[in-house]
Design a protein. Structure first.
Length: 326
C-alpha cells in the first residue's frame, strides 16, 4: 500500500486527487489531506439545497461535488481527511466499519472512547467526529472520511444551515447531527500535525508492505488536468441535480419580495415574483427574462443588467433581489 501525506489545501485539486488515486494508481493507497474552507457535497445532492448561500459567499467557502454519495460536509484546516483505495471483489469491498477501524484504534490509543455508529459515522459520546463515504470504480473502492480535530464549529453549523422548505426536490438530503472536535476530548493535548503523524505511523506499522510515497511532477500534472476537466466547473458542482421547486421570501425597506422558481437540471423553467413592493413597470418582464437562465448568480446578474432595477422593485437593491433567489 502506498501511504501519502498530501500537502495541498486546494479543495478542487484535492477532490481531483481522490479520483486520481482511485482511477490512475494501480496500488492500493492511503492518503491524509486537508482542505481550506469548503463544503464537499455528495454525488447525488442538490448543492444549492445543502448550503447557506449567503454565508458561503460572504466567507469565500468553496463548494465542490465529490464522486461518492452521502451527505454534505464542511472542511477547514482544522479538519483532517483520510482516503483509502483498495482493489478486490465488489461484494466484499463496501465496508465502512473496516476502513474506520484504524482511525478508531488511534483514538483509543489517545484515551478517547470513539466508536463506529450508524451507517457511516465515528462518534465520541454520541457526537459525530467523522463522516464517511465510498465510491466503486470497476474493481476498486474509494473510501474517504473526515476527522473533525479543531474545526471552527460556528462555520460548520452556519455554512450548512439551510431552510428546510426553500428547496423541494428528491435529491439526497444531509441529516444534521451533533458534532464535536477530537481536540476537546484529549486527556493530553496534541497538535493536529502530531495527530496526523500518529495516524500515518499506525497505518504504516499495521499494514503489510506499506510504503511512504510522494506524488511526482507527472502525478501533479495529471491531477491538475482532472481538476480542470471536472472539479472547477459549475456544471459539475451545481448542475448534477434533480429537478426542484425553489421558494423564498425576504423583507426589505421597499417591501416583501417572494420568489418562486421551477428548475430543471439547473435551468429556470418558470419564475414567479410576488410581494407588496411598488413598481413602475410590469414584473412579468423580469419573470420572462429569467426563463431558460441557469439558476446561478452570475447568469442571473447578467439578465438583470438589461433592466433598471428601481423601475421594477422600487427602493430595493439588486443584491437584495439576488439574495431572494438563493
Amino acid at each position: 500500500m502506498l501511504c501519502i501525506y498530501h500537502q495541498s489545501t486546494d479543495p478542487y485539486f484535492n477532490i481531483a486527487t481522490d479520483e486520481y488515486i482511485l482511477k490512475h494508481i494501480e496500488e492500493d493507497c492511503f492518503m491524509l489531506w486537508r482542505n481550506d474552507n469548503a463544503i464537499i457535497v455528495g454525488k447525488h445532492q442538490n448543492a444549492l439545497a445543502e448550503i447557506n448561500y449567503e454565508y458561503v459567499k460572504q466567507n469565500n467557502i468553496h463548494v465542490v461535488r465529490r464522486l461518492s454519495g452521502g451527505g454534505a460536509v464542511y472542511h477547514d484546516l482544522g479538519n483532517l481527511n483520510f482516503s483509502f483505495t483498495k482493489q478486490g471483489k465488489t461484494s466484499e469491498m463496501v465496508d465502512f466499519k473496516l476502513y474506520t477501524q484504524p482511525i478508531i484504534e488511534v483514538l483509543h490509543s489517545l484515551g478517547i472512547e470513539a466508536k463506529f455508529e450508524g451507517r457511516n459515522d465515528i462518534t465520541i459520546d454520541g457526537m459525530k467526529i467523522s463522516g464517511n463515504a465510498e465510491h466503486l470504480f470497476k474493481h476498486k473502492l474509494l473510501h474517504h472520511g473526515t476527522l473533525l480535530f479543531s474545526s471552527q464549529m460556528k462555520n460548520v453549523s452556519e455554512a450548512l444551515k439551510i431552510h428546510p422548505l426553500k428547496y423541494q426536490d428528491k435529491a439526497v438530503k444531509s441529516v444534521p447531527k451533533r458534532v464535536t472536535n477530537i481536540s476537546q476530548h484529549l486527556k493530553i493535548p496534541i497538535t493536529l500535525e502530531e495527530f496526523t503523524q500518529k495516524i500515518m505511523n499506525h497505518i504504516v506499522s499495521t499494514t503489510p508492505n506499506a510504503t511512504l510515497y510522494e506524488f511526482t511532477k507527472d502525478d501533479f500534472k495529471k491531477i491538475e488536468a482532472i481538476k480542470q476537466e471536472r472539479y472547477v466547473k459549475e456544471d459539475w458542482n451545481f448542475g448534477l441535480i434533480a429537478n426542484y421547486n425553489f421558494n423564498k421570501s425576504i423583507k426589505t425597506n421597499g417591501g416583501i419580495v417572494e420568489i418562486h422558481l421551477i428548475v430543471e437540471k439547473g435551468i429556470i423553467k418558470e419564475a414567479k415574483i410576488y410581494g407588496d413592493f411598488f413598481n413602475l413597470k410590469d414584473i412579468a418582464e423580469i419573470e420572462n427574462a429569467l426563463q431558460n437562465s441557469r439558476h446561478d448568480e452570475n447568469s442571473i446578474r447578467k439578465i438583470f443588467e438589461n433592466f433598471v432595477i428601481d423601475e421594477y422593485f422600487m427602493n430595493i437593491t439588486l443584491d437584495e433581489i439576488i439574495s431572494a433567489m438563493f
